[in-house]
Every structure is written in structure tokens, then in C-alpha cells.
Write a protein that binds this ligand. Structure first.
Ligand code: PLP
Length: 399
């Protein structure tokens, strides 16, 4: 008899996105022609930018002429060096500290492999579900850090010691970005408590506020406590291609008894064992997003999504509601007139045919809010605004 990892039994029985999928499917079965508008899961709504498509074709041609077999587990040097130059210029990193991945959700989850099995993990509530679920699967201890409206949804360091803490800024789901001062607080706290901060910067390209840093390493001391994750998914439309990277400064260490071990070296070893590199064509496409026409085209897409968010927020506020996010982020965090966000989700889905995400799906502290994604087309935006305006009374009915 083979025994299972019983941590699976600790997972809540239904995963957020599959529950939403089932509810949408049930509606489709009842009303085949329901004109659904999807502001839910947060996948991209625009096709790949033309220069990126060309770079994929060129890379495929190149592979038809020259052998490109396994690449190195940490990713091709051409991409790592370009990322250092464009994204981390002047911050003193070397190519050995940057690791390319097939999207960051894997790295965000797998980084826990490096830590003691019984480590305590700080998770902000509400949270991007993967941090929570992966910690359960790893059998590590969870310490929830409530992130509440009264603090403007800025998480504050707790009073106790934690081994690692997931921070996400600009945040999914609340849409709030932490300023340099907020992050400095966390960095000082992490130094004092020997905590490693896992900084998820998936939405960094949406930052426009001056006091919000684009990378945590802009802040003094961050290299001694923080690992940063960046994704091409939402910044360049790569959700279907899969590309991201993780920055692990050489100043970071973990301890076994009294011996210290470089986290950069541990992760390299782990990658050597568990990956055989990332697709050459996809890395070439990622490279093309970093300069010239490719960069301009993907920036334009981000700008379009960001403008959608602003218009959406404006519309909901004009109906008398309070909304957070939508400034340095593609997400709107909408305060709804009920404490049952699943009930409100059902109402929006069944009456307005709009797919959203109930705040409860991101944790207990998400209750009373809905998350709306601005990864939509202009047409979806206009239809959504029309439906919200036409049903203004109904939206407020539970107020
Ligand atoms: N981190 C956050 C906060 C996200 O919202 C997402 C995707 O929605 C990811 C990570 C996953 O990124 P990737 O597509 O690079 O795996």
C-alpha cells in the first residue's frame, strides 16, 4: 500500500478558481447564450505583441538551422544579462544571482524546498492563494497576517519571529502597492528576526506612483533579507508562453546548526536537479520585450489594462461604492454592500452575467470585497460599465 502526502487532506475541498469555473459552467448550461463578461481570473485579454511574435518565429528558424539543446538550468545568459542591465541597472547584481523560470508561480511555491520542514511561514490575509496552498502541501506552519481596510490594506510586521514571509506588491488581490517606507519597515523587521522575505513583484510594471519602488532592492538592506520574483505573464502577455525570473542575492543565507549556506547556491543546486532549462524560443521572446519596438508594444498593452482599471474604478465609485487599488495595479478591490461575497458573486454572475472573484476566496479577511480584473478588452470594459450603470439600484440593493 503506497501512502499519500496527507497534507493534501488539509487543503480546502474546492480550489477558488475551480469553484468559479463550476458556477460559470452551471450558468452556461442554464442559459447557453448568456453574454458573459469575464473580470475574474485575471488572464490577459490581448494577443501577443507583433514584435514578440516575430521573435518567436525567428527563434524557431534559428533552431531549424542550429542545434539549441538543453540550456542551463538557470536560463540563458543573453536573457539574464539583459535583465540585469534593463531591470536592475546600478544595483550591483551579477548574472549568477538571477534565475529564469517558466513563470513564477512554480518558484514561489518551490522556494520552500530550501527551508526547514517545520518552518513558520507568514502569509498576508487576504492573499494570492498559491502562497497558502503550497505551504499547506509542504506541511509547514502558517501564521496569518491580517491586512485590513483600517490599515489601508498595508500589511504590518507581526510581533513574533517567522522564518519566511510572502509579500506581494502591488498586491493581488487588494491592488494596493507598498511604498518605500512600508517596505523599509518590513526589511528592518526581517533583519531583526532573521526572516527571509519572498517578494512577489508580478505586477511591478503597473507601478506609476513615485514613492512605490519597482524593485525591493531599491531599499537599503533588502539584499540581506529578500528574494524577488518577477513575471512576464502580465507585463508582456506571456501567460500562455510561460516566463519569469527569480532574483536571489548572494548576501542571503540559511543555516544548518551553525553552518551557513548561500541561498543562491542552494537554489542553483535545486534547479540543476529539478529542471532542464526553459524553452529557448520563449527566452528569445522575453528578450525582445526588454528594448526597442518590443518594449514599446508591451508597455502599451500594460497602459491599456491600467486605463481600463481606472475607468472601472471610476464607474463603481460614481455609483457610491468604495474601491481600493487600480492605481499601481490591474486589480480593483471593491467594497460590496454585504458580508457574503460568494452571494454577491452569484448575483453578479446570474443577474448581470459578469464574472468576478469573491474576496472570501482570498482568505477570511477578504470577506466583504470583490476583486475585479482590468485585464479586459475595451469592448468588455464598455459593456461592463453599461451593465453596472443600468443596474446601479440592484448593485446597492443590500446596502
Ligand atoms: N504572483 C501573483 C501575485 C499572481 O497574481 C500571479 C498570477 O496571476 C502569479 C504570481 C503567477 O505568475 P506566473 O504566470 O509567472 O506563474
Amino acid at each position: 500500500m503506497a501512502l499519500m502526502n496527507i497534507n493534501f487532506l488539509q487543503l480546502s475541498r474546492s480550489y477558488l478558481f475551480s469553484t468559479i469555473g463550476e458556477k460559470v459552467k452551471a450558468l452556461r448550461e442554464r442559459e447557453k447564450e448568456a453574454p458573459l463578461l469575464n473580470l475574474g481570473v485575471g488572464d490577459i485579454a490581448l494577443p501577443l505583441a507583433p514584435t514578440i511574435v516575430e521573435s518567436l518565429k525567428d527563434a524557431a528558424d534559428d533552431m531549424g538551422e542550429t542545434v539549441h539543446g538543453y540550456g542551463s538550468a538557470e536560463g540563458h545568459l543573453f536573457l539574464r544579462e539583459k535583465l540585469l542591465e534593463i531591470e536592475y541597472g546600478g544595483l550591483g547584481f551579477s548574472a549568477e544571482e538571477i534565475f529564469i523560470s517558466d513563470g513564477i508561480v512554480r518558484d514561489i511555491c518551490d522556494i520552500q524546498d530550501l527551508f526547514y520542514h517545520d518552518a513558520t511561514v507568514g502569509i498576508i490575509d487576504p492573499t494570492y492563494p498559491a502562497y497558502f496552498e503550497t505551504t499547506i502541501l509542504a506541511g509547514k506552519k502558517i501564521h496569518l497576517i491580517p491586512c485590513l481596510e483600517e490599515n489601508g490594506f498595508i500589511p504590518l510586521p507581526p510581533d513574533q519571529k517567522l522564518d519566511l514571509v510572502y509579500l506581494c506588491s502591488p498586491n493581488n488581490p487588494t491592488g494596493i502597492a507598498m511604498t518605500k517606507a512600508h517596505l523599509k519597515l518590513w526589511i528592518d523587521w526581517a533583519k531583526e528576526h532573521n526572516t527571509i522575505l519572498l517578494f512577489d513583484a508580478a505586477y511591478e510594471k503597473f507601478i506609476t506612483s513615485k514613492d512605490v519602488p519597482k524593485t525591493i532592492y531599491e531599499i537599503e538592506g533588502a539584499k540581506e533579507v529578500a528574494i524577488e520574483f518577477r513575471s512576464f505573464s502580465k507585463s508582456a502577455g506571456f501567460t500562455g508562453l510561460r516566463l519569469g525570473y527569480t532574483v536571489i542575492p548572494k548576501e542571503l543565507f540559511l543555516y544548518s546548526n551553525k553552518e551557513r549556506h548561500s541561498i543562491t547556491s542552494l537554489w542553483r543546486l535545486r534547479q540543476d536537479i529539478k529542471t532542464n532549462g526553459i524553452s529557448y524560443t520563449v527566452q528569445k521572446a522575453g528578450f525582445a520585450t526588454l528594448f526597442g519596438a518590443g518594449k514599446k508594444e508591451v508597455e502599451k498593452q500594460v497602459e491599456l489594462y491600467a486605463n481600463n482599471g481606472k475607468k472601472l474604478k471610476h464607474c463603481i465609485e460614481s455609483l457610491g461604492f468604495t474601491c481600493y487599488g487600480g492605481t499601481d495595479s490591474p486589480y480593483i478591490w471593491w467594497k460590496i454592500p454585504t458580508t457574503d461575497s460568494w452571494e454577491y458573486f452569484d448575483f453578479l454572475l446570474n443577474e448581470l452575467h459578469i464574472i468576478t472573484i469573491p474576496g472570501r476566496g482570498f482568505g477570511l479577511s477578504g470577506e466583504g470585497f470583490m476583486r475585479l480584473s482590468s485585464f479586459i478588452t475595451e469592448e468588455t470594459l464598455n459593456q461592463t460599465i453599461n451593465r453596472f450603470c443600468n443596474h446601479g439600484d440592484k448593485l446597492c440593493v443590500m446596502k
